[in-house]
Structures are given as C-alpha cells and as structure tokens.
Ligand binder design. Sequence first.
Ligand code: ZN
Length: 80
Amino acid sequence: MPPKKAGICDKCQAALFQRTDDKEETVKKRIEVYKNEVASLVEYYEKINKLQRLAADKEAGIVLKEIVMLVRARNDSLKV
Ligand SMILES: [Zn+2]
C-alpha cells in the first residue's frame, strides 16, 4: 500500500527509501521461487480440497480478521 504522501511514512513521517535488495533481479528470483516451490503447494492443497483463498490487497488488520475467520470455519468443520 502506497503512503498517503509520496516518500513519507504515514505513521512516523520519516522519509521513505527503496531497500537495496528491492531490485528487478530480486523480484525475478522471488517469482522463480514461487513457480518452483509455492505453486506446487497450492496445487496439492487444491487437489485435497484444503485450499482457502482470500484477497490480501486490503488493510492488514482486515486481512488478518479474514484469515482467522477462515481458520475458525475450517476448525469447526473438523468436529474434533
Ligand atoms: Zn514510519
């Protein structure tokens, strides 16, 4: 999520900077790792019907609440 004022932190007003490891090469590598490792996990859990998806492009607190709700719903259905 971008800051309200460009280049300034919303919470402490400090100047924002780009991390030195935030480069094209690093991002390409992350995408490769996703393809090689994460994608097969997604496929696996989808196959055994245990994959839950949610949109994580909202405010962090809202996303957390949604994750907790999904986990609770899953636990209730286990009837342990
Ligand atoms: Zn800050």
